[in-house]
Design a binder for this molecule. Structure first.
Ligand SMILES: Cc1cc2nc3c(=O)[nH]c(=O)nc-3n(C[C@H](O)[C@H](O)[C@H](O)COP(=O)(O)OP(=O)(O)OC[C@H]3O[C@@H](n4cnc5c(N)ncnc54)[C@H](O)[C@@H]3O)c2cc1C
Length: 392
């Protein structure tokens, strides 16, 4: 079995490591951070990634820690008028073979880290920021800022949006600012006055922005992501804190439920991420080196599929390694079977931005009146099972 080096212990790197180790591969993950951690924010996992979590024996944990939203509800930003509602929980599972769950990112990350460590206790090497790599017929060598060197047969760049591996392979991916800043807040539910939002996935849409609200951690927390059009470009980062007053001002005039969430949030915990667009790339790897997750297909969050795609990647990569006769063919098989799907998701996410930010209430009413969200619209997306899809 080849020895596999993974750069990055994010959701993608950890899920891939467990899939690979479960199939018998030797894996080492090198993570730049001094400790494994994820930010305080929500994440949605749909059926297409849930299959993989179940395969890793984590399905029950996901259901225990997460919330299954009853419905997807699209509302106007100020009056709250419902433009469209479709069922999510039982229907999603019946149609796509696994549940749709909303979780705290830290819970998902901890679960994946514990799984990987249960398969190999020292699988994650912290404080290793990968700087560069070389490869030849005999293997691949990864070098780190701390002077360490790791040798293996395969290198997977799961090192996120600003991937060093991707940069060495293909150069920096040009990024264009979308015009949107994404605020995030997580609020303990007991702080929120009654009546509270229903336990559904609520999307409030207004000209110039939209807000997504859903519950986490068995319903004890409410996650708020407020996306607003702004010329004030800041960092592409989960950890950039901005004044709460700015958040409050951005959502002035929005529905009372949105005001309550903002008012009940910790005033020093308003974070904002400037969202950038990157066109999908059609070539990911070279030789013994490939990409996975955001390093391969950075995406906007408007379809909630970035981490989901990263988890799918790990399952398909593992299968490809079991099918092809040599490493290069296996990595090509993986890439060939992932590029079109992930590019389609990235493009669909970009399209959703236009849908959620239509210029007038009438345009929103028209768009949602003609929209068939339920049955088939997203079948291609959610009915994909990375464990069973034919690899060609
Ligand atoms: C506002 C917002 C909401 C989102 N909501 C959802 C959602 O609901 N559902 C969903 O599926 N996705 C969602 N996403 C997308 C999702 O967060 C990402 O797609 C996902 O985290 C990508 O995982 P990853 O492991 O590829 O990268 P990352 O999570 O970025 O992990 C990369 C890891 O690599 C490490 N690293 C980086 N450089 C190096 C290096 N040189 N050497 C070693 N280690 C390195 C980092 O420290 C990190 O641990 C959202 C994104 C945003 C911005």
């Amino acid at each position: 079995m080849p020895k596999i080096i993974i750069a990055g212990a994010g959701l993608g790197g950890l899920a891939a490591a467990s899939c690979l180790m479960q199939a018998g591969h030797e894996v080492e993950i090198y993570e730049q951070a001094p400790a494994l951690a994820e930010v305080g924010a929500g994440i949605q996992i749909s059926a297409n990634a849930f299959h993989v979590m179940r395969h890793l024996g984590l399905g029950d944990d996901l259901l225990r820690l997460g919330v299954r939203p009853g419905a997807y509800v699209f509302r106007l930003h100020d009056t709250g008028e419902v433009l469209q509602r479709f069922s999510l929980s039982a229907e999603h599972e019946a149609q796509h073979g696994a549940p749709y769950v909303q979780l705290h990112r830290a819970d998902l990350h901890e679960l994946l880290a514990a799984k990987a460590r249960s398969l190999k206790s020292d699988v994650v090497r912290l404080n290793h920021r990968m700087a560069s790599f070389t490869q030849n017929a005999a293997g691949v060598e990864a070098r780190f800022d701390n002077g360490a060197v790791a040798r293996g047969d395969i290198l997977i760049g799961a090192d996120g949006l600003k991937s060093v591996v991707r940069r060495q392979l293909w150069g920096d991916a040009p990024a264009t600012y979308t015009g949107d800043g994404a605020w995030r807040l997580v609020v303990p539910v007991e702080r929120l006055p009654e009546p509270r939002l229903d336990p559904v996935m609520s999307v409030f849409m207004g000209p110039g922005g939209h807000a997504v609200c859903y519950y986490l951690r068995s319903g004890s927390l409410l996650n708020f992501v407020g996306i607003i059009e702004t010329d004030d470009i800041s960092e592409e980062s989960w950890t950039l804190r901005l004044p709460w007053e700015k958040l409050k001002a951005d959502f002035a005039g929005w529905h009372p439920a949105i005001q309550q969430i903002i008012d009940c949030g910790d005033k020093d915990q308003a974070f904002r991420w400037s969202l950038h667009n990157r066109a999908p790339i059609r070539a990911w790897g070279q030789g013994r080196v490939t990409l996975l997750g955001d390093s391969a297909h950075p995406t906007l969050p408007y379809l909630a599929q970035g981490a989901v795609m990263a988890i799918e990647d790990g399952a398909v990569l593992t299968r490809a390694l079991g099918m092809a006769g040599n490493i290069e063919d296996a990595l090509k098989l993986y890439e060939r079977n992932r590029v079109e799907r992930t590019a389609r998701i990235v493009e669909q996410s970009t399209f959703n931005r236009a849908l959620f930010h239509l210029p007038s209430v009438q345009a929103m009413r028209d768009a949602f009146a003609n929209r068939n969200e339920g049955e088939d619209r997203n079948a291609w997306l959610y009915s994909y099972n990375p464990l069973t899809v034919e690899l060609v």
